[in-house]
Design a protein around this ligand. Sequence first.
Ligand code: MF3
Ligand code: CO
Length: 269
Amino acid sequence: MIRLKNEVQINGIRSSCKMLSAMYRELIPLVKPGVQTIEIDKWVYAWIKKVGGRPAFLGYGPKKNPYPASICISINDEVIHGIPSKRKIRDGDLVSLDSGIDLGGFISDQAISIEAGKMRAEIHALNAVTCGCLYRGIEAAREGERLLQIARAVNGCAQEKGYGVVHQFCGHGVGLELHEDPQVPNQPHGPNPRMGKGFVIAIEPMINLGTGDVEILEDGWTVVTADGKVSAHWEHTIAIHGGRTEILTEPLEAFTGLQPERIAAPVPV
Ligand code: MF3
Ligand code: CO
């Protein structure tokens, strides 16, 4: 069941999203070679607590194996849900961060991929295209259009470059819970409802240098590419209003030093 959000709820979700993006703006300069990923997680936990939120990812998932951190940190061939550890970021790593805040019951979700140190041109291109794919997808998210238009936009953009699009994981409704209906795939398969006023969804292309196939590691969380090639991940939480679409989380690519490739024109108001 898709829960349409009213203006009061969207206002709450927006506040949560702005807080999350503010967190990332402070965090981005700290993500560099030599830093342990667990240090980043500790910083994120403290930041979210300090501002009166709750880390939305911490404890999420099955009771027997809940997600143990406040942020997912997925490096290189890790696609999503990487668990912070003693691993140190190294020069040339593509570091994907994904986090969410529960602010008074309103949930935000945003992911970015940071190029740490000197980056291989091939990986930089993947990252720029993935971010561009996200904006292409957002451009397709309009009141009255079908949901899979998002997937067509994302997929088209990635396929044009010969990249693999992860299809085993997808975007989702968000706002009152972390994962709500509908699923928002990046490949055009599955239910295709019309998007209406009050939709709040997370759009999150995961794009690979090789094939789109992925596997889950024994920790039950970390998703890696099946062929070991690098993956990039960018995500925004958006709201569909009557006649316009709003990006609730804030664009952060400029703060990471990235210029998205083929960034879509903003959706007309
Ligand atoms: N942002 C992730 C997603 O959209 C949520 C991660 S699941 C968690 O699927 F357990 F890490 F929270
Ligand atoms: Co998400």
